[in-house]
Design a protein around this ligand. Sequence first.
Ligand code: SF4
Ligand code: SF4
Length: 391
Amino acid sequence: MTNLNRRNFLRISATAGAGALFLHPAESMALVKKGNDTKFPTRKLGKTDLELPILSMGVMRADNPSVLRAAYNAGIIHFDTANGYQNGKNEEMVGNVLKGKPRESFVVATKCKANYPYGDNFEKEFTERFETSLKRLQMDYVDIFYAHALGEVGEVDDPRLVALLSKFKKEGKTRYLGFSTHANKPKQIDAAIDAGIYDVILLSYNFKMKQLKETDEAIARGVKAGIGFVAMKTMTGGVADAEGKKKIDAGACLKWAWQNKNITTIIPGFSSYDELEQCIAAANSPDLSNKEKEYLAALCNEELLYCVNCGKCVADCVEHLPIPDMMRAYMYNYGYKQPALSKDTLMELALSDDMCTSCKSCAVSCTEGFNVQKKIASISGLINVPNEFLV
Ligand code: SF4
Ligand code: SF4
């Protein structure tokens, strides 16, 4: 991991805008509530009282607390983590870094996952999971609590989930409620509007997306109903190849997503000072250039690590495997270099380790050209690797 030397440190200070790096905590409060005088543009998050810089931090891949500190000092105030990231160490790191800072000077979001359809003990287990997250974060409440990675439209307005989330908010465990999603986004957004309890939706949003028009229209309906939108997966895996040799231009990806003014902020998963600097540079000059447009257009025609979640493969597969989620696990392993997260994703899907063995040849024809069978074979062994051997 790159060290932040003094030259780079000063460079961040310069790009973040005068005063941002040495922002007094009391001033940070104004950042959250009223916008700021740094060069980061800010946008309002739905009907919440939060006005956030367009650049936030997805802490998921970060394991160096100093990077998180540098992000905070540079004027980033919204940090997104989850119960499952790094077996809980990610939440612990966020808690340790933010401990002692004025509570109003930052915005913390976390997420918990529950298997759907829910079992008999859903309420008890989900509550315990959230309470574990609060303990790790060393906080009485989070600003945004997300039900993690909802897949089916029926999950969004499931009465048991709606009742439990509403209870969390009433008890003061979270200021705002949301869910995160990678699939069925237009329908899920409409279901969220009807459910009436959601303040925020965290969704995958990038230049490779299928159903872009439908998704943008649904987002606009959500905004009209008071829901705020936070974008993730904007960099489509960060690298274009499994070897990690071909980096994707983070700035161009961020700028593409910021073009939609209904997206309040983005949570890129930077984990090094260099990546932080690239994101800050983009946020300080967020207009997409023609050259960047051409670059992204060319990238659209390439096979990347990112599954666009078109869903075609699910019907093709003789075992009806949850292939889009498995391809996400593949991206976590090869793009993010996070085998533990990849394993967690596979475990949540309750898969066996002998997938695809009944097929002589794969029946799936992927719209992105993925050799799905080969990709599944390359990650399925992770299920049997003990957690202590994974990062
Ligand atoms: S080989 Fe292809 S069709 Fe067969 S189970 Fe695996 S993904 Fe499905
Ligand atoms: S067909 Fe390919 S791109 Fe589409 S959901 Fe399946 S794996 Fe992803």
